[in-house]
Design a protein. Sequence first.
Length: 300
Amino acid sequence: MSPRNIIFIPGWKWEGSFVPTDCEQTFKILNNNFNNHGPCTFDSYFLNYPTGFLRKRVLINYRFPPQIGERNLIENARLLLNELRDLFFTYVLFCYQNKPDHDRNITSLKEIRKPKNYRKVFPQIQNELKSFKIILIGHSAGGLLIRQAFIESEETNNVDKIIMRQYVVHSTLIASPSVGVNPQNMTLMGVPLGEVFKVIEINNNRYFSQQLKQLIIDSNFLTNLNNKWSNLSPKPIVRCIYAAQDQLGITPIRPYGNCIVDPNFVTIESCNHNSILNQEKAALEVCRHIIQFMTDVQFC
């Protein structure tokens, strides 16, 4: 397995981000351009737990089975941390089992994740861990999950903080609503405006669109996230890419000034919130920037 990993976290969809769809074009271009023409190879993943709202059960075996309704963004950020933890310990176990004198009792993720075991193993694979790196790429609400995952990891004293601070070397947030979305613009996501604020009834069960509420400008979620983010020190390495014609009105700057997250943000012309990923010209431009960021942080 490769020590270099790129993880793409899709954004909110009415039926949930259970397939790559809009993200597929960008990630295909990124894989082809960097793996075929770049200085190294990497493993790449889509995460398929739901950022979005699911109206019916789907008969697919997901790692995190979709539930009718949705998890809120904080819960999904914790799932992201769990995924990163599994990825990290899978690599740790792989490296350790290649040691001729490894402990034959440490043979599974369950075993390697026990503190007494990984504290024993880490000193033996220090050289291998130097090459382990993760890049996170999040579109729209997926970018908020990345930022929230950093906050969640800071509030723990376990291996999550080590992973996020030492091994996540760069994060790219594409059209991510760092300061929120105007509820009126959410209709352009295919969401009836009334659904943003009311309980949704499905098969006699009632659900509330928690994530949409969290995406609204100055929501409690975004206020807490931005306040905690401003206090992070040192700041994680993050680059924001925006669409010049984003129909959701997503901007790096509040109407009354004040840049958030990345003062050196990039804007892609002639594309909107979705076409920044699925329009070939825009996707190529996004990938060009991501590859430059990967080079800047010495991903290879």
